[in-house]
Structures are given as C-alpha cells and as structure tokens.
Design a protein around this ligand. Sequence first.
Ligand SMILES: [Cu+2]
Length: 152
Amino acid sequence: MNMKKALLVLAVLLFAAPPAWSGGEISVKDPWVRRNPPGASVTAAYMVIENRGRAADELLEIGCSCSASASLHITETREDSMAMKKVASIEVPPGDSVVLSPGGYHVMLEGLSGDMGETVTLEFKFRSGERISVTAPVVLNPPAASRRGHHH
Ligand SMILES: [Cu+2]
C-alpha cells in the first residue's frame, strides 16, 4: 500500500466512525451563570442547546452542583411588567437550537449553597436519554460568546 492509499483509508475510517466523545446529537454551548451579590439565594443559568439530529428532543431536567433546586423558567413580558413562569420542559427542534438568555428561557437556581466559586457544574437530562454535563463560569455579565448574534 503506498502512502496516498494509506492516507485515503485513514480518512475513510475517520469519517465513517463517529468519535466516541461527540456526545450524540444534542450539545450545550456557551453556558454561564449570573454571579449575584453574596447572600443572594437565587440566580439563573443561561446557555445555547443545539440539536444536530433529525428528531426533536426535549430538555426535561437540569441539576446544579451549586443549588438545592434547578428548574426551567421562562420570562414573559406583558404590557408593562415581566413575570417568570415555570415550564415543564424545553423543546429543541431537529437541526435547530434554543437559546436560554436573560429575558427568555432560563434555568432558575434556588437555594444557593454559599459561595459559588468561579465555575459550577450543570447537568442536563433529555427525553432521548441523553445526559450532558457542562462546566459553566459564574460571571457578572454574559460572556462575549453568548452575546454574539442574539440581539432580538
Ligand atoms: Cu426564573
């Protein structure tokens, strides 16, 4: 087998076998948690959930190492007020992504356990059975990555 042929075989193998670390079709990007003043017992987490698959999926549950409870919320703006409402799940359409950002969907973290430190671990459970764990920075303002392109 000459070099060229060997490279071709290698390329075919690389593309044929999905890497084990790909984590399936759902991914969580740009997670961050808002740093609240010391003593605050609640805060929120934001991120982008991407579904590269061909079937819809649904975020069912979330957990955080930092809080007693984590639930899915949406902020609704009415005529002159804003209110938060609990949602049972968040649908992620195939080939699309859902943005959790201030003023919209967010993860409500309640019963914070002391100082959150620099990062926290968020765990996601999806209807497809997918479980994803990400490390989110605890920051005062949204990181640049999550501000990009989300001006609605
Ligand atoms: Cu909320």
